[in-house]
Write a protein that binds this ligand. Structure first.
Ligand code: SF4
Length: 436
């Protein structure tokens, strides 16, 4: 496949070999380079000289560059992103299938790439892995990987993934464990699918300790766009309580046996059941934060730990309003009460109902810009916010590296008179912002 050069700096060592943008890096020390992981892997060598083989894009000629291996040699090159592998599943709960037809094409794209799992913590199901991929995972020691297990019962798992894969998931996980590839795992829980199998799956996964680093249980997310899709039920309060009991039982067991908690329920289970959040300390390194596991406890802990320090500089002239989703409305209401009652601040909470995806999608990260806009306009007309209110918008409501919301609404479409500040959804950022 080779790596195509996107940039090359003026003082790159490869300039003297006449290497240019759009040329291809084929190999390092005769090892084929397919992606950026190969590049870094084969670059790490004790050899005194490293051989880089390029192919010129103008005439396909091969150019070999012999570079003295030192910490200081200036490669000065950057590559185009590699082609991401596509997902071959048809999961009954796939979020990509639950957007309105008018949504941007990229939101429908189903990727599943073990390299992105290693690099960015994307979840993979292993159904599209070829033998050569397993070989590469072993060779490059791509660990940890993030694996969607859902169930260790393959019959149930196949039903959930809508895929007729031939292997046994436990065999693959055992193979990784045997080869010292560590795994973070997730179980997306769906009533009438894997719900009754939860304990079996947790038990099976725990057999693979210490290579199983964490097991996150998350509830299935259902939007209102499920026409022509398999009918699914969401987790109800009673079921969520049952999950919490199971998770707590295994946390206790794991802590006694391994000194770590390993099994976690995502924050949604606690909010859905009005259960007190677990202590911050159970989450260890917060390795499943992206999955909504431990976010609220972390926020709470940091808020209380740092509030005194920041309070000395709090700006008590301003009115601040924190935008959030329905799920954590009460959580932020309590935060605002502490700020207002104990620190004489003026902080309110703007809870936005998700009409874009439907009310059952109530996390801040999936709020649509149009819903936020409508809520802000209403509050403005009711004089609950004014031109002077500093409106705090969590950065995770925006698509990565853009000013676009999930519904295509742009930041610039908000009324110009509103003072909207984008902030990272952490306690420290909130507290810091309240000093300005
Ligand atoms: S693995 Fe399933 S949920 Fe993930 S993208 Fe593929 S079909 Fe969707």
């Amino acid at each position: 496949m080779a790596l195509k050069l996107k940039t090359i700096s003026d003082n790159s060592i490869f300039r003297k070999y006449n290497i240019n943008i759009d040329d291809y890096l084929l190999a390092i020390n005769n090892n084929k380079i397919d992606d950026i992981l190969d590049y870094y892997f084969y670059l790490t060598t004790d050899r005194k000289k490293i051989k880089f083989s390029f192919q010129k894009s103008v005439d396909n000629k091969i150019v070999n560059c012999y570079i003295v291996n030192s910490d200081y040699f200036n490669a000065g090159i950057d590559f185009y992103d590699f082609k991401v592998l596509r997902c071959g599943n048809n999961c009954v709960f796939c979020f990509c299938d639950q957007h309105p037809k008018t949504a941007r094409a990229t939101l429908f794209f189903k990727d599943e790439d073990y390299r992105l799992s290693f690099l960015y913590g994307n979840y993979i199901t292993l159904t599209n892995l070829k033998d050569r991929d397993y070989e590469k995972i072993m060779k490059l020691k791509l660990s940890p990987l993030y694996i969607s297990v859902h169930s260790t019962n393959d019959e149930i798992r196949r039903r959930m993934l809508g895929a007729n894969y031939k292997f046994k998931i436990l065999d693959k996980l055992r193979f990784f464990a045997k080869n010292k590839i560590n795994m973070h795992t997730q179980i997306v829980l769906i009533p009438n699918y894997n719900f009754d199998d939860l304990e079996n799956t947790i038990n099976d996964l725990l057999q693979l300790y210490p290579n199983i680093l964490s097991i996150a249980v998350v509830p299935v997310g259902l939007t209102k766009y499920r026409k022509n899709l398999t009918p699914l039920k969401k987790i109800n309060k009673f079921q969520a309580l049952k999950v919490l009991r199971i998770v707590e039982k295994y946390q206790k067991y794991c802590f006694e046996k391994f000194g770590k908690y390993i099994v976690y329920a995502s924050d949604e289970f606690y909010f859905l059941t009005n259960t007190a959040l677990p202590d911050y300390s159970i989450y260890g390194e917060f390795e499943q934060l992206e999955n909504g596991v431990g976010m609220a406890s972390k926020f709470n802990y940091e808020f209380h730990k740092k509030i005194k320090r920041y309070s000395k500089k709090f700006n008590r002239e301003n009115h601040y309003a924190i935008i959030t989703g329905k799920m954590v409305e009460n959580f932020f209401y309590n935060i605002s009460q502490i700020l207002n009652n104990e620190y004489k601040m003026n902080v309110s909470v703007i809870s936005v109902s998700n009409q874009y995806f439907g009310k059952s999608v109530n996390v801040a990260g999936l709020l649509a810009g149009a819903d936020i806009n409508r809520t802000l306009k209403k509050l403005y007309s009711e004089k609950k916010i004014t031109d002077n209110t500093i409106i705090l918008l969590p950065a995770n409501t925006l698509q990565y590296n853009s000013d676009l919301f999930i519904d295509g609404f742009k930041m610039e479409q908000f009324p110009k008179n509103l003072n909207i500040k984008i902030i990272e959804p952490t306690a420290q950022t909130l507290l810091k912002t309240l000093t300005k």
